[in-house]
Design a protein around this ligand. Structure first.
Ligand code: NAG
Ligand code: NAG
Ligand code: NAG
Ligand code: NAG
Length: 128
């Protein structure tokens, strides 16, 4: 009985790791994670205000294939249902956004600039 249980457990572990180890789609496109310059630590935005999100373009590849998208993130939640900007030129280094006026104030906001998920700004504050 014990053996059967362990064996079944082992099997499911093996199956799970096989699934996890499935090859990630390798992409040869120029996926680029721009370093966000603004907002930065100490930034305070008001709800409803307009701001330029800015990022470093000095390491931009010639052909950028990322979808250009900006979201807000609060704590561990990215509000991908509320796009602040999209379709802008990543090579421009900035894009104007409006802070949605229906968001809750907080000190744990970040801006997420897509393509990759790694390109978050530091945490900053949004006030009323
Ligand atoms: C964003 O930057 C552009 C270009 O410098 C400027 O014309 C515009 O007024 C800025 N917008 C805000 C909200 O600061
Ligand atoms: C960028 O893309 C264009 C069109 O696909 C191509 O002609 C050009 O060679 C590419 N440049 C680089 C540096 O990859
Ligand atoms: C965010 O996730 C981390 C790691 O999973 C967790 O420790 C932390 O409590 C979470 N924070 C919030 C605000 O949910
Ligand atoms: C996005 O989702 C959040 C939390 O689920 C919600 O509070 C907010 O109203 C939504 N925004 C839009 C534009 O749907």
């Amino acid at each position: 009985m014990k053996f059967t249980t362990s064996f079944t457990t082992l099997l499911s572990v093996l199956t799970a790791s096989t699934v996890l180890a499935a090859p990630v789609q390798e992409s040869r496109r120029d996926i680029w994670s721009p370093h966000i310059i603004y907002p930065h630590e100490g930034t305070v935005w008001q709800l409803g205000a307009r701001h330029n999100v800015t990022w470093d373009t000095s390491d931009a590849p010639a052909n950028i294939s990322n979808a250009a998208l900006i979201f807000l993130r609060k704590g561990n939640t990215t509000f991908s249902n509320d796009t602040l900007a999209s379709g802008f030129d990543l090579r421009a280094g900035r894009t104007e956004i409006t802070v949605p006026s229906d968001f809750a104030p907080g000190t744990d906001y970040r801006v997420v600039l897509f393509g990759d998920s790694g390109n978050w700004s530091p945490q900053f504050t949004i006030t009323q």
